[in-house]
Write a protein that binds this ligand. Structure first.
Ligand SMILES: [Fe+2]
Ligand SMILES: [Fe+2]
Length: 294
């Protein structure tokens, strides 16, 4: 399908759908807050305090093995003081997304989905940090939401989704390839459509739409490229979906690597073996967080 045929097919299908996932209001408010020039920790605290379920979830996660606090953290103020603005903000986004979509996607393992998404958030942030991105923290969110289109496909495409799963099992291909074969478009197109509906910032929309084809991004190419590499790292280091996937990757030859190299030549000095080892150490964090959330 051409890009305009894809867009028309998705529009025809999704705009008729009655129960499309909505975004938790708190996420919209946090995104709004991030757009301000100097968001304060007090603004963030006010947002969280208005949602007691979320506040208690955050306190539970802060006291989990993930953060290894020495004395128990009992309230939001202590959690904010201990973690700081960025970490709390990321925790708010993660907790609210995971619990909002918890009951959805019954057709496949949502725990695996969130472990992959959370892992991608962490790895995106790590790569951006290594390349000296000013906004390395904001890359976490791009990684976290990159596959949201998959939630829609697994819940709303009840007739086609079993055929997609079957292809994953028989062909050892990726979701992207299987969706392309069955639907003619993918979770990237569906997620991109949703991101526009949800008025996501442009860089997030680009990351969602082009994380498997980074050379096609219209803007924020570096953000898209980082998420593409993070996705590959996660799928290679047993943080993909639960289906066996044949994946043969040589990072320096990846288009995303070349995109990043143009603006950050430092990428060639990343010791891939060491970086992979670093990532493996983070995997426990990922599983701890997911265990706390479910
Ligand atoms: Fe994807
Ligand atoms: Fe992914």
């Amino acid at each position: 399908m051409t890009p305009s045929e894809r867009a028309a097919a998705i529009e025809a299908r999704l705009s008729r759908m009655k129960d499309l996932p909505t975004l938790p209001v708190i996420i919209l408010k946090v995104l709004e807050l991030m757009n301000r020039s100097d968001p304060s920790i007090q603004d963030l605290s006010n947002l969280i305090s208005a949602d007691q379920v979320l506040a208690s979830k955050i306190i539970k996660v802060v006291n989990s093995p993930l953060y290894a606090v020495r004395t128990e953290i009992r309230n939001l103020q202590q959690a904010m003081a201990y973690l700081g603005f960025e970490a709390v903000k990321n925790l708010v986004l993660t907790c609210s997304l995971i619990s909002h979509f918890a009951g959805k996607g019954a057709a496949f393992n949502m725990k695996t989905f969130w472990a992959h998404s959370f892992g991608c958030g962490i790895v995106s942030k790590l790569i951006a940090g290594k390349l000296g991105f000013e906004s390395a923290e904001s890359l976490y969110l791009a990684g976290l939401v990159h596959d949201l289109g998959e939630v829609v496909i697994s819940t709303a495409y009840t007739v086609e989704f079993p055929a997609i799963l079957k292809l994953l099992q028989t062909d050892g291909c990726s979701f992207y390839t299987a969706e392309e074969k069955v639907l003619g478009y993918t979770h990237c197109d569906v997620g991109g459509w949703l991101a526009v509906k949800w008025r996501f910032p442009e860089s997030l929309t680009q990351a969602i739409r082009y994380h498997h084809t980074p050379s096609m991004a219209k803007s924020a190419k570096e953000v898209v490229a980082v998420v593409n590499l993070a996705d590959l790292f996660c799928r290679l280091r047993s943080l993909g979906y639960e289906f066996f996937e044949e994946l043969d990757v040589s990072f320096p030859d990846e288009p995303a690597w070349q995109i990043l190299k143009a603006s950050s030549p430092a990428i060639d000095s990343i010791d891939l073996e060491r970086f992979t080892y670093e990532l493996d150490e983070k995997m426990d964090d990922v599983h701890n967080l997911i265990a706390t959330m479910y």
